[in-house]
Unconditional design. Structure first.
Length: 256
């Protein structure tokens, strides 16, 4: 099942959840508003055949809501990430992981090549695959795989405000330090002192210099690794986005 199907399933589940909340029963029909053209394989989402697709309305009104992908797809992520971190010893045996099958982001591929000149990076996706220890799909869905790595490259496929996918929190759940490039406002959702955020360094050379510094200094590495993934302000911002999402569905279903 690809990410688009997973995301469509998540949206359908939200529709059902809020419809049931305001009407008291499960709907027989579902309406899925998507950013992509509907494919035949979406016809039986959640084992329902009566699904209708519309293109996204881009008008900034009550008809739309901007909510980061990871909040919609994995609503319980941040609750787990709020937990305390206390890594007293670095037991990680491997340097860095890279799991990419989408070649669209050339900058991500270029970074892999540049960092590889320092140390070998284990790649499990279709791009630059050099390891068969884990299946790439398993890597994407199982953050535990990251626990053996000091770093994981997690550049988004594209960069836009509020576009935060599962890539970053997945690495965090595996207790590895993410090397991230993506949403310009990522600091609204996660503590940028707890990972390597490209926008804080500005160039590949500076970010690789920081990675080498942490890789060769256990105290500095553990200091970053033990910083909280979420600040109190991050938790408030995520809560606001969740409320906006609920109000969005309330606007659709309530008093209709």
């Amino acid at each position: 099942m690809d990410n688009k199907v997973i995301f469509a399933n998540a949206i359908c589940k939200l529709n059902i959840k809020f419809f049931n909340k305001y009407y008291g029963y499960i709907p027989k029909f579902l309406l899925a508003i998507t950013l992509w053209k509907p494919y035949k394989k979406y016809k039986k989402l959640l084992d329902r055949e009566n699904i209708f697709f519309l293109s996204t309305n881009k008008t900034k009104t009550k008809n739309t809501v901007v909510t980061p992908y990871f909040i919609q797809l994995y609503p319980n992520y941040y609750k787990t990430l709020k937990g305390p971190k206390n890594h007293s010893k670095d037991s990680k045996k491997k340097f860095c992981a890279f799991i990419v099958s989408n070649p669209s982001n050339l900058e991500r591929l270029d970074f892999f090549k540049k960092l590889s000149s320092y140390k070998k990076i284990d790649s499990y996706g279709k791009i630059f695959k050099n390891s068969n220890i884990y299946d790439s799909k398993r890597c994407i869905s199982n953050p535990e795989i990251y626990k053996n790595y000091k770093f994981v490259i997690c550049f988004e496929n594209s960069y836009a405000e509020d576009y935060v996918t599962e890539k970053l929190p997945n690495v965090m759940l595996g207790n590895s330090i993410p090397i991230y490039k993506g949403a310009p406002n990522i600091s609204e959702y996660f503590n940028t002192e707890s990972f390597i955020n490209f926008d804080d360094y500005g160039s590949f050379e500076k970010i690789i210099e920081k990675i080498i510094e942490l890789d060769n200094d256990d105290k500095k590495y553990l200091k970053m690794l033990n910083r909280p993934w979420l600040t109190e302000e991050n938790i408030k911002n995520i809560g606001k986005k969740e409320l906006e999402l609920e109000n969005f569905f309330k606007n659709i279903f309530k008093d209709q």
